[in-house]
Design a protein around this ligand. Structure first.
Ligand SMILES: *Cc1c(COP(=O)(O)O)cnc(C)c1O
Length: 310
């Protein structure tokens, strides 16, 4: 396949900084986003290993579940999705996931783990070969996807003779951030990569990302001191509001203005929350005279979920 880097777009200024956006939402598959980038690598593994069905999990807001269900359907593989009851309000993502014929099972969040184990066991007993994808496309394969994205960012910088001093993004499981930081470490680049947490708090949120980075780099045989690792980890938990999917009027204002000014849809669960958090952080930390890259991690169907509240 041809290498098609996602576009980088120059937006406006925040204080004396120039804001750029890398449009991962423009990945040409199922509304794009970081879950599409990760899923393409997972499916390479699935094809290579001859797996014939897929098990994964996520909430009804999950972009991951929509993309996986779509890819599974297009390859005629059956797909089993376990969904926590607590986050099962209907969204365009969950409606599409159903449309793709995924087997959806809602269970209390405490039973998600056991249900997955049970489903995998049953499928094997039926003579099938199931492949399990962790929620959100977490794991070394997901991390690898964002090392490749990091390389695209470096290519852009080289081609346009520019440099991003900061990279901001919405962080959930932290896999996307882990991949970008692994890229930074592998190339020895000086810059700040800041994940705006959309739900998790520290120290847990940060530790999960650290673990993803250790896992990936040890796989690559790259030696890393704990000190360097910790110095590269910026996971900001000040902008989570009251948790996953929760948001305030400031976030809706941000979504409305980014759509109005640039024609770019954000959503209140992920990218809108992160863009809003980034804006505050830049001002609070007096960041000045920098080129700043915001990664648009996708989630376009969720924009429509929010529209009545804009
Ligand atoms: C899943 C998701 C994220 C978070 O990605 P992680 O790799 O889990 O941190 C951010 N933005 C969007 C739109 C997502 O769907």
């Amino acid at each position: 396949m041809d290498k098609n880097n996602t576009p980088v777009q120059k937006l406006g200024r925040i204080s004396s900084n120039y804001i750029f956006m890398k449009r991962e939402d423009m990945i040409p598959y199922s509304f794009g986003g970081n879950k599409a980038r990760k899923a393409m690598l997972f499916f390479e593994e699935i094809v290579r290993g001859g797996y014939n069905c897929i098990v994964t999990y996520g909430s009804s807001h999950s972009n991951h579940c929509r993309v996986i269900a779509n890819m599974a359907a297009s390859r005629k593989l059956s797909c089993y999705i376990i969904q926590p009851d607590e986050a099962s309000d209907m969204t365009f993502n969950s409606r599409m996931t159903e449309l793709f014929g995924a087997h959806m099972e809602k269970v209390p969040v405490k039973d998600v783990h056991d249900t997955i184990e049970q489903r995998l066991r049953e499928l094997k007993q039926q003579g099938k070969k199931p492949y399990f994808i962790p929620g959100g496309g977490h794991g070394d394969i997901g991390t690898q996807a964002y090392v490749l994205c990091y390389e695209e960012i470096r290519e852009y910088e080289e081609k346009h003779d520019t440099r991003f001093g900061y990279i901001f993004l919405a962080s959930g499981t932290g896999t996307t951030q882990a991949g970008l930081v692994c890229g930074q470490l592998l190339y020895g680049d000086e810059r700040k990569i800041a994940g705006i947490s959309i739900a998790r708090k520290n120290p847990y949120g940060k530790e999960v990302i650290a673990e993803s980075i250790r896992s990936y780099l040890s796989l690559k045989g790259f030696m890393l001191s704990e000190e360097v690792l910790q110095s590269r980890l910026i996971f900001l938990d000040d902008y989570t509001e009251d948790g996953y999917g929760m948001c305030s009027s400031g976030i809706f204002e941000t979504i409305k203005s980014v759509m109005t000014d640039y024609g770019i849809p954000l959503d209140s669960t992920y990218t809108g929350k992160a863009f809003w958090g980034m804006k505050q952080y830049i001002v609070q930390k007096n960041i000045a005279e920098e080129n700043i890259l915001f990664i648009h991690t996708g989630g376009t169907p969720l924009y429509f979920h929010d529209i009545d509240r804009l």
